[in-house]
Design a protein around this ligand. Structure first.
Ligand code: ADP
Ligand code: ASP
Ligand code: MG
Length: 291
């Protein structure tokens, strides 16, 4: 089996999300797909909360854009019919909850870290049910098996507990499973937490390692791990192979293409990480492995 992770830009527009569908449907073995929020939504959720917390009523406009992005995405990618109606209803319920939370923040002008973590979790909860419907995958709630504990005021993974829960959850692996990245819950309180900005890569790596996957594929918006950020250095080119150690160093020095904690769990199990471009699936990409 393998684990595929699609980042925000891969699920940012109707055409990219349809490309995700084609890539997932071409896999001929059991696959677990991990998705981020629709591109830009996590930033918007944070921004909307901050506006509401300072009593800026135009938070409602920001919120309306969040609603619009999801509603339009469903209209564009899911054929009109019963399935579309059911999905709009499901997404509508989540968006209504979110609306109430924002209103609460606006009224009491308070935004605790716990509330903020709850709000950002909606990004992945929304995107993942859309992609699950689109790909015919079974949806699994990562909040029930990615468990964190508080250490020095940071939420860190409880690896043993999480590994056990992942193995229990995926004991009978369906052909296609869909998991929201990034989000988790505190192992004691059950409060919603997350793995940090960019953390969907880490969700995918944790699942791949726990289930001894054959590979972890990170699908993004560039042709692989490059010699520099191509947005900054136009002559950057793709590196076809990297060792885990080299990749870790580059990530720690800011190569944002992979979230740094991602490499360790799969390195430990010697599972190759393959970085590919959702917008150019035939490109060779990068393999990160032992040698
Ligand atoms: P995703 O939404 O798929 O998680 P990210 O934005 O987190 O994507 O990461 C991909 C981006 O990382 C690329 O668009 C690129 O601008 C940036 N990046 C920074 N350093 C590198 C690098 N060395 N190689 C490739 N991309 C890089
Ligand atoms: N949606 C989250 C973020 O924007 C997690 C991720 O994209 O990996 O940070
Ligand atoms: Mg990322």
């Amino acid at each position: 089996m393998k684990v595929l992770k699609f980042g925000g830009s891969s699920v940012g527009s109707a055409s990219s999300i349809l490309s995700v569908k084609r890539i997932v449907e071409a896999v001929n073995e059991p696959v677990i797909v991990v998705v981020s929020a629709l591109g830009g939504i996590t930033d918007k959720l944070i921004n909307t909360s901050k506006m509401a917390a300072v009593g800026d009523a135009s938070y409602e406009n920001e919120f309306r854009e969040i609603v619009y992005r999801h509603v339009e995405m469903i209209k564009e990618v899911i054929p009109a019919g019963e399935a579309q109606v059911a999905l709009q209803r499901q997404v509508g319920e989540l968006l209504n909850e979110l609306k109430d939370i924002f209103q609460g923040i606006y009224l009491i002008k308070d935004l605790s870290p716990k509330t903020s973590d709850t709000i950002v979790s909606y990004g992945e909860r929304l995107s993942s049910i859309i992609v699950a419907e689109l790909t015919g995958a079974e949806w699994f709630d990562s909040r029930t098996f990615i468990k964190t504990e508080k250490k020095h005021s940071k939420h860190v993974i409880d690896t043993d507990l999480t590994n056990r829960l992942i193995r229990e959850t995926f004991q009978n692996l369906p052909k296609r499973s869909l998991v929201p990245g990034f989000i988790s819950t505190d192992k004691v309180s059950g409060d919603v937490t997350n793995l940090g900005r960019g953390g969907s890569d880490y969700t995918a790596a944790i699942i791949a390692a726990a289930l001894n996957a054959d590979s972890l594929e990170i699908w993004t918006d560039v042709d692989g791990f490059m010699t520099a950020d191509p947005r900054v250095i136009s002559t950057a080119y793709t590196i076809s192979e990297l060792s885990y150690v080299e990749a870790t160093e580059l990530c720690n020095f800011g190569a944002k293409v992979v979230y740094p904690p991602t490499i360790y769990p799969v390195y430990h199990k010697n599972i190759p990480i393959i970085i590919k471009n959702t917008f150019n699936p035939d490109g060779v990409g990068t393999v990160i492995k032992q040698e």
